[in-house]
Design a protein around this ligand. Structure first.
Ligand code: 5RP
Length: 251
C-alpha cells in the first residue's frame, strides 16, 4: 500500500534580522556615498558616526577617495579619525564645511533632532551649523513623533559654576511638560565633563516639546547655559535604516 502524500510544506525563510549595529552601518555607508574627493567634512560623534569614520578611513586607504579634510566634533572622533590616517583640521582653519555626517538621538517628522546623549553637542552644533549639507544617520529606533518624546535625555551643556542653580532653573522652565533635570554622571559617578570642560544637565520629559524653537530660545537665554541638544532646521536629510531597508527623509 502506498503512503498518502504528505502535504507539501514550504519552510518560510525569514528575512535576516539585522542587529542595531548592522542598521547603523547600513545608514552610515549610504551617507558616505555622498562624499566626494576634495571635500571638507564634518565628522560626527557616537556609535553611528563611528561607522562613517571607519568607512571614510577605508575609502581613503584604498584610494577610492582622496584629499578629504575632516573636522572632528569630539576628542573621541579626532582620535578615531587620526588612527585611520584621515587628515584633520579645525573650524578656525576651515570655517566652511561641505558636508557633515552625524548620528542623532531623536528624529522627528520635520527632521528636527535631539542630539548630545554622547556629550558632544556643542562641537557638533558648531560644525553642523557651518556645513552646507548635514546628513543624519540613524537606525529606526531614533524616530519620534515629537522631540523629547522618547523619555530619554535631552542634554543641556552648562558651565560648572553653580550648575545646580541652572539645573533648578532648567527644570522650572518645563514644569508643565513634567520635566525632570539630572546632572549627568560618568562611569565613576562623578560629574561628566565635556570636551569643553563643562557639565551636562539632562532633561527628561513626560510629554514631548510642542514648540522646539521657543524651548531652545528659553534654554539659551539662561546665563551659564552653553548649548542645548535641540538641533532645529539643521538637517538636510536623514538616512534611517530599519527592517524594511534604508529610507532617506528629506524636507
Ligand atoms: C553625540 C551625539 C550622537 O550623535 C547621538 O548620541 C547618537 O549616538 P549613537 O549613534 O551612538 O546612537 O549626539 O553627542
Amino acid at each position: 500500500r502506498t503512503q498518502p502524500h504528505k502535504p507539501f510544506s514550504i519552510k518560510s525563510q525569514a528575512a535576516p534580522v539585522l542587529s542595531q549595529d548592522e542598521l547603523k552601518k547600513l545608514a552610515a555607508d549610504k551617507a558616505v556615498d555622498s562624499v566626494k574627493s576634495g571635500m571638507i567634512l564634518g565628522l560626527g560623534t557616537g556609535s553611528t558616526a563611528a561607522f562613517v569614520v571607519d568607512k571614510l578611513g577605508l575609502l581613503l586607504s584604498t584610494g577610492q577617495l582622496s584629499n578629504i579634510i575632516g573636522i572632528p566634533t569630539s576628542k573621541r572622533t579626532q582620535e578615531q579619525a587620526a588612527s585611520l590616517n584621515i587628515p584633520l583640521s579645525t573650524l578656525d582653519l576651515h570655517p566652511h564645511i561641505d558636508l557633515a555626517i552625524d548620528g542623532a538621538d531623536e528624529v522627528d517628522p520635520n527632521l528636527d533632532l535631539v542630539k548630545g546623549r554622547g556629550g558632544a553637542l556643542l562641537r557638533e552644533k558648531m560644525v553642523e551649523a557651518a556645513s552646507s549639507s548635514f546628513i543624519v544617520v540613524a537606525d529606526d529606533s531614533k524616530l519620534v513623533s515629537g522631540l523629547g518624546g522618547s523619555g530619554l535625555a535631552m542634554p543641556v551643556e552648562v558651565v560648572q559654576f553653580c550648575w545646580k542653580y541652572n539645573l533648578v532653573r532648567l527644570q522650572g522652565l518645563f514644569k508643565e511638560l513634567g520635566c525632570e533635570a539630572k546632572l549627568r554622571l560618568d562611569a565613576s559617578e562623578k560629574p561628566y565633563v565635556t570636551d569643553n570642560g563643562n557639565y551636562i544637565v539632562d532633561l527628561y520629559f513626560q510629554n514631548p516639546i510642542k514648540d522646539g524653537f521657543g524651548a531652545g530660545k528659553e534654554i539659551s537665554a539662561l546665563e551659564g547655559v552653553v548649548e542645548h541638544g535641540l538641533f532645529l532646521g539643521m538637517a538636510t536629510s536623514v538616512i534611517i535604516a530599519g527592517k524594511t531597508g534604508v529610507e532617506i527623509m528629506t524636507k
